[in-house]
Ligand binder design. Structure first.
Ligand code: AMP
Ligand code: ZN
Ligand code: ZN
Length: 405
């Protein structure tokens, strides 16, 4: 566990903070909106019956892991919070951010907005994280009070044990905001596709046992803990014949390409070549369309960040860009279908989950589908924190889930 020494880090709850409830924000990566109804895992089903759910949680475009976790963390669209893809190019920094590159993932200057743990820290609360996109970066000079660098091999049981140990700390040091992250359903969804009932159910029931253990042990603390469970996106089946080799749209002389599978961004080396590049790409179009960035579909609002680049390539629904090498590896495997996300958030398959339970929440209440940017103001309300003016989320849209509004 890393406990950083930053001057403004809250390591002891203020007297006012100690009177506040506790929030555990759990992200279940790639958990599609319909899995619970379809497979009926007992602990999650009981959790929802005793609390609230949204019909579905709508991601931002592109419906990828990093942009959407950070939208949940900041209440902002990716265009505003800066993490516009799992991979993207930053003109300001002349650097490419990649989820697989520790140097960029931990560099706070890529991350705009005020994530929940920073807002809670600034309100005098101790915070903690067993993984969540952004928590390893120094954002506005702040990490969570207690956090870990991401390691996918840490068992789910270890994550739960640590969360309970945090709640067992003396009141002065006990974190009021805890984030947790489990990637199991995303891994299974990618590998087998979202229609492989046997494999999905197996992963889901294993995860459900871990969550059931967490729910029980949280209850045993008798603390006023509000548990909020979200996912970043859903999953769509992609058969082998719907992969498009990214090499088809590459041209290292004229431009660089940033490929997020469902959106390929073009960064010309010479702006004067833009129309030429646009025309060349259009001529190649086969199950994809080339757009000027401002005309690109699926976005919630016209993108403004320069980092998107001037042109975007969008595959037809259900098609996915990937390298020839990885397409060949898939062909060599025994499986014929896979799963992907990143597509238009209007596709129901891209929707994730919002479930919550605790003394602040109604019981047995269902809220219509909501965008994930609204989770942030809800958590601010739960913890009695100010809601920053510049966020995109709105408390009015989601506060119907609370007993007292
Ligand atoms: P995606 O390509 O959008 O499906 O990304 C999901 C992957 O992101 C999962 O396999 C996770 O292992 C990985 N991931 C999640 N959180 C982090 C993190 N904080 N640092 C690096 N990788 C992460
Ligand atoms: Zn994800
Ligand atoms: Zn994924």
């Amino acid at each position: 566990m890393i406990v950083p020494s930053v001057a403004t880090l809250t390591t002891v709850n203020t007297a006012a903070a100690q009177k506040k409830p506790y929030v555990i924000l759990i992200s279940l990566d790639g958990f599609r909106w319909d899995y619970v109804d379809k497979y009926k895992p007992p602990h999650l089903t009981a959790f929802i019956e005793g609390g609230v759910k949204a019909q579905s949680l709508i991601p931002a475009f592109p419906s990828k892991t990093f942009p959407n976790h950070y939208s949940i963390a900041t209440g902002m669209y990716p265009d505003n919070h800066g993490i516009i893809g799992n991979v993207f190019y930053s003109y300001e920094k002349d650097a490419t951010y990649k989820l697989s590159d520790r140097t960029t993932v931990t560099d706070g200057s890529f991350y705009m907005g005020t994530p929940l743990w920073v807002q809670a820290n600034n309100a005098g609360m101790v915070t903690a994280s067993y993984f969540f996109v952004g928590t390893e970066a120094n954002i506005q000079g702040i990490h969570p009070t207690y956090y870990y660098n991401y390691d996918k091999n840490v068992s789910s049981e270890t994550r739960v044990d640590q969360a309970i140990d945090w709640l067992d700390l003396p009141a002065a040091e006990r974190p009021h905001f805890i984030s947790m992250y489990f990637s199991d359903m995303d891994n299974t969804g990618h590998r087998y596709g979202p229609n492989n009932d046997a494999e999905l159910k197996k992963s889901l029931f294993a995860l459900d046992i871990v969550l059931g253990d967490l729910f029980k042990r949280v209850k045993d603390t008798e603390l006023p803990v509000q548990i909020v469970i979200v996912s970043d996106h859903g999953m769509l089946e992609v058969p082998l014949d719907k992969y498009i080799p990214r090499e088809t749209v590459k041209n290292d002389t004229l431009y660089t390409t940033i490929d997020n599978g469902t959106i390929v961004s073009i960064h010309p080396k010479d702006d004067g070549e833009l129309e030429n590049i646009f025309n060349q790409l259009q001529e190649k179009a086969n199950h994809f369309t080339v757009y000027k960035t401002k005309d690109t579909p699926h976005f919630e609002k016209a993108p403004t960040s320069k980092n998107w680049g001037p042109l975007q390539i969008i595959p037809d629904p259900g098609y996915y860009f990937s390298s020839i090498r990885s397409i060949e590896a898939r062909k060599a495997s025994s499986r014929k279908v896979f799963g992907h996300h990143g597509f238009d958030p209007k596709l129901k398959e891209m929707h994730g989950i919002f479930y919550a339970q605790g003394t602040a929440f109604k019981e047995g209440y269902t809220q219509p589908s909501i965008q994930n940017i609204h989770v942030y103001p809800l958590i601010c309300k739960l913890l009695g924190m100010d809601i920053p003016k510049e966020i995109d989320g709105k408390l009015e849209v989601i506060q119907g889930v609370l007993k007292l509004q």
